[in-house]
Write a protein of this length. Structure first.
Length: 334
């Protein structure tokens, strides 16, 4: 079968590899779509994602497809089911797993990171991380379940109320997801900051954003109860803290480089009684993510800017394809 294999740092090639055999507790999925995200760009560049990817490996941790075969112990899906796959696999035995913090698992493995993922025609995953999707969710939209679930996990770590004013910093795919999620969770005013005027205007017109700020030229008032930073740069992380009012919460969702730091006024953290919260991956958030997609509360397909082939993936990862907000790979016809 055809697969796009990461063979080294910033090196990928199309290969003909053997279709994987299904273990008793596994599911074989014929890939329909695989999403490309910032984690894939990091792995391509030799940086860590949720775990280290050791070449040769097939990336692709945001996947949808059709069940092609099931192992003898599998009962939650059947051949022919339309599914999406949570890439993260927890050991269940370490201190973090045994204290209900599996996202911090000492032995985390992941589809498309530590084992072959969706940038191939078929891949396997434990049945415990394979989820059927309803007919109302397209396979294209289902390929975004993983990033939606990461945002859902982030939302679970902060306390949102209808009266609050929220600000999202970052006009990439995840920032635009958070705009919709905050509204779905009942926050009455959501404002949006980024660097691309067209995206700011689009979110104001389509998703009801109240105020927008271009962070290259506009100042942001210190007036927000909730600030979500979805960029991962020191300057936007600093802006997120500075945009808070007393008693505010800051969700640091954007992924910075491993050695990156940012500065903040520690007296302000004390005086405002700020809560600054990180968010890592997506424990037990797939059911909620699927429900949000099925309900129509989230419109993800309007945020997908590019649909590409396996042969075009490397050009997306190395930046040759310009203007990418969210790219999905159409791996096979379904």
């Amino acid at each position: 079968m055809k697969a796009l294999v990461l063979t080294g740092t910033k090196q990928m090639e199309i290969q003909d590899i053997t279709k994987p055999e299904v273990k008793p507790n596994e599911v074989l999925v014929n890939t329909a779509y695989a999403g490309i995200c910032g984690t894939d760009r990091a792995l391509y560049a030799g940086l860590p994602g949720s775990a280290n990817a050791v070449p040769p490996i097939v990336l692709g941790h945001e996947n949808s497809g059709i069940v092609a075969a099931i192992g003898s112990e599998v009962t939650n899906v059947k051949v022919g089911d339309r599914v999406t796959v949570d890439p993260n696999i927890y050991c269940g035995q370490c201190k973090y797993c045994r204290t209900d913090r599996p996202e911090l698992c000492d032995h985390l493995s992941a589809v498309g990171v530590t084992r072959n993922g969706g940038l191939e025609e078929s891949f396997t995953a434990p049945s415990s991380v394979v989820y059927p999707i309803p007919e109302s969710v397209s396979l294209k939209a289902a390929a975004t379940t993983e990033p939606v679930s990461c945002a859902v996990h982030g939302m679970s770590l902060i306390d949102v109320k209808p009266y609050q004013k929220a600000l999202v910093i970052g006009d990439g795919f995840m920032g635009q997801l958070f705009v919709q999620l905050l509204q779905a969770y009942g926050v009455h005013q959501v404002d949006f900051a980024g660097i691309i005027d067209q995206k700011l205007a689009f979110n104001k017109e389509k998703f009801g954003v109240t105020n927008t700020y271009n962070t290259k030229r506009d100042s942001i008032p210190a007036d927000y109860d909730v600030v979500i930073e979805a960029v991962g740069l020191p300057e936007t992380q600093e802006q997120a803290v500075e945009a808070t009012k007393k008693g505010a919460q800051v969700l640091m969702f954007g992924v910075g480089k491993p050695n990156q730091t940012f500065s903040m006024n520690t007296y302000e953290v004390y005086q405002k009684q700020l809560k600054i919260q990180g968010a890592f991956i997506n424990p037990y958030a797939f059911e909620d993510a699927i429900a949000l997609l099925a309900s129509g509360e989230l419109d993800v397909e309007s945020l997908i800017s590019h649909e590409v082939s396996l042969e075009q993936v490397e050009d997306v990862l190395n930046g040759k394809v310009k203007g990418v907000s969210k790219a999905v790979v159409k791996v096979s016809q379904q």
